[in-house]
Design a protein. Structure first.
Length: 618
């Protein structure tokens, strides 16, 4: 019994050892007799069982467990130490075993999902033991140890930490430890399987549209958007979607290539999209898609090499830029397209970009009081530049008018969107066309002291709407974090095609389906000397020179305006989120991007949009 007593001292409260087949039932009873929590799973089924749960029908209340984070495969927020020395990630075997040599400490940071468990098969060499620690800022660590030689599995219940950012630390002592398929699982309420097949694809990208000015993102939003809201109610709304930069060119290049800005390099006023990078239009054209673009932004032009892979290309820079024009063009395009192959259409509108022209009469309903101040683009076409340079100071009343002009322009877009949707519906009454709706970036209205866009990574600039209309998933909201780089992998997944290798994003379809994931969803962004990462409810900023950045951490659930910095109180979250962010930036380096020669007319158009002369080369 001394042997068993020794085992009992090392047994965890909620860690379930799977013991060898020789163990007797009496032995098991004694082993579990002093477990603190009643959540101990009985020994028996292998952990892989969670992958074979039967799908639940919509509205079913049963929860299913699916993989959320395969630790061995995605070492984003992790570090490996032996003593005080940091090491490269340990070798990952083809079967996703993680080998920890004696003395190694491997730590993984993550936000714990709902219903989470930590599962792994364990192989201990000789007299090795595995120590597992659950660390969280401001909370006493929990520790467990496998001191018995025949312990073969971890099954650690993490449900009490759901929504908390924690670190899981594994320490190999006295010998090497092999972790087989170490993973964190989560529970999902609804599972479905979406069809993968060739189909028509439309991307609506609305320039400068911040998510919280749409009523299906923020119920206090003022703009009336009946067409968009009704369509979103029948689609999948991603509640936490982020752009990787703060102005048009880098973000649109990410949407249309699947590469992050620091990978495609189209990040400065003059930079062209490098020749060796393949655009989505080229990828789909090669797959016999009929491809068309309708664009109203001077940065998405042939000057910067975006005119590639399109069968039809319209850039309205020199003509009418109001989306009403596209609403007229789109039915004609659909009528003329070849019917013997699928199409890909990219529609990029700029109604909600300064000078917010599309609103017209709506501004008087949104802001009925008489107004004679500077928030008037007819009289002050360079208003935003004046505010940014400090030559004009906006009062709260001026800000109110500016926001009303912006919201009115969103309403103007909504009328066009309704017409474009109607044309699509006439073309495809069955609703099989895959539609992605998003913005390139948002707009700031003195939220953090400035106006316009192109300078910061605060939420008003990087939190974007992301809505996916896909047959088989209607009326859903997904709270997982996604980013602009996820669009291309999502499209390829939906079309049943393998995406090009090396893309940093992930398909959003498993999030819709409630299926297993390889890695926790996250989004990253970076402009000059300012980077950010969003993980669950937390957002970390790193600002300043890359060698010595300053960290700021915000809980977006409690503090969506990012006003209360938690960095000093949450060192563990800062440490592992920083590692994930810096690893992404380091492992996804930017190629040199060639510069464009800009024609005078285009220069004038970009100046009218408020860019030239004020755009930081970020
Ligand atoms: Zn833009």
């Amino acid at each position: 019994m001394d042997d068993l007593a020794a085992r009992r001292r090392t047994l965890p409260g909620r860690l379930t050892p799977r013991v060898g087949p020789a163990a007797s039932a009496a032995c098991l009873l004694l082993l579990f007799a002093d477990c603190a929590a009643p959540t101990v799973a009985p020994p028996g089924p292998a952990p892989e069982a969670e992958a074979s749960v039967a799908p639940q029908s919509d509205g079913g209340s049963a929860l299913s467990s699916v993989s959320y984070y395969t630790l061995a495969r995605y070492p984003d927020a992790a570090e490996w130490m032996i003593g005080a020395d940091e090491h490269a990630p340990p070798a990952v075997e083809p079967d996703e075993r993680l080998s920890l040599p004696a003395g190694m400490q491997a730590t993984y940071g993550l936000e714990v999902p709902a219903g989470a468990r930590l599962l792994a098969d364990v192989e201990l060499s000789g007299h090795a033991t595995l120590k597992v620690e659950l660390l969280e800022d401001g909370v006493e660590p929990e520790r467990w140890s496998t001191a018995w030689p025949d312990a073969r599995a971890l099954d650690l219940d993490l449900t009490g930490r759901a929504g908390h950012y924690v670190a899981l630390r594994f320490s190999a002592r006295g010998g090497s430890v092999q972790l087989g398929h170490p993973r964190v699982t989560r529970t999902v309420a609804t599972q479905r399987t979406l069809a993968r097949s060739r189909r028509n694809v439309v991307i609506f990208l609305v320039d400068t549209l911040r998510a919280d000015h749409l009523d299906f993102y923020d119920t206090t939003a003022h703009a009336q958007i009946p067409a968009l809201a009704e369509w979103a109610r029948g689609a999948v709304v991603f509640e936490h979607a982020y752009a990787p930069a703060n102005w048009t060119k880098p973000n649109v290049a990410t949407v249309l290539t699947g590469l992050q800005p620091w990978q495609h390099g189209a990040t400065t006023h003059l930079a062209r999209l490098p020749d060796h990078i393949t655009m989505l239009s080229q990828m789909l054209h090669e797959r016999s898609y009929f491809t068309g673009a309708m664009v109203a932004n001077g940065y998405i032009t042939s000057t910067f090499d975006f005119e590639r892979g399109w069968d039809t290309w319209r850039n309205q820079v020199q003509g009418p830029v109001d989306s009403a024009h596209f609403a007229t063009q789109l039915p004609r395009w659909l009528a003329r397209r070849p019917r013997d192959r699928p199409f890909f259409l990219y529609v990029h509108t700029t109604d909600s970009h300064a000078p917010y022209r599309a609103g017209g009469r709506d501004v008087h309903r949104l802001d009925p009081e008489a107004y004679a101040g500077p928030a008037n683009f007819r009289r002050r076409p360079q208003l935003l530049n004046e505010v940014r340079s400090g030559t004009t100071v906006l009062t709260p009343r001026d800000r109110q008018r500016l926001v009303a002009l912006y919201d009115a322009s969103i309403e103007g877009f909504d009328r066009s969107f309704g017409r474009m949707l109607a044309a699509l519906k006439r073309d495809d009454p069955e609703g099989q066309t895959l539609v992605v709706f998003l913005a390139d970036h948002g707009e700031e209205f003195l939220d953090h002291g400035s106006v316009g866009h192109g300078r910061t990574l605060w939420n008003e600039l990087v939190q974007i709407p992301m809505v996916v209309g896909i047959a088989g998933a209607e009326g859903m909201r997904v709270s997982d974090v996604v980013g602009s780089a996820d669009v291309v992998p999502t499209l390829f997944d939906a079309l049943g095609e393998t995406p090009p290798p090396g893309l940093p994003g992930h398909s959003m379809l498993p999030l819709i389906e409630g299926a297993s994931l390889d890695a926790p969803p996250l989004a990253v962004g970076s402009v000059r000397e300012w980077s950010a990462i969003e993980v669950g409810r937390l957002k970390l900023h790193l600002r300043g020179p890359s060698a010595h950045p300053t960290a700021e951490l915000y809980d977006l659930q409690d503090d969506p305006a990012e006003t209360h910095d938690l960095a000093s109180a949450r060192p563990l979250a800062v440490r592992y989120m920083s590692r994930a962010l810096l690893r992404r930036l380091r492992d996804e380096p930017a190629p040199p991007a060639p510069d464009a020669n800009i024609a005078p007319e285009l220069e004038a158009q970009l100046r009218a949009l408020g860019y030239v002369g004020t755009q930081r080369a970020n």
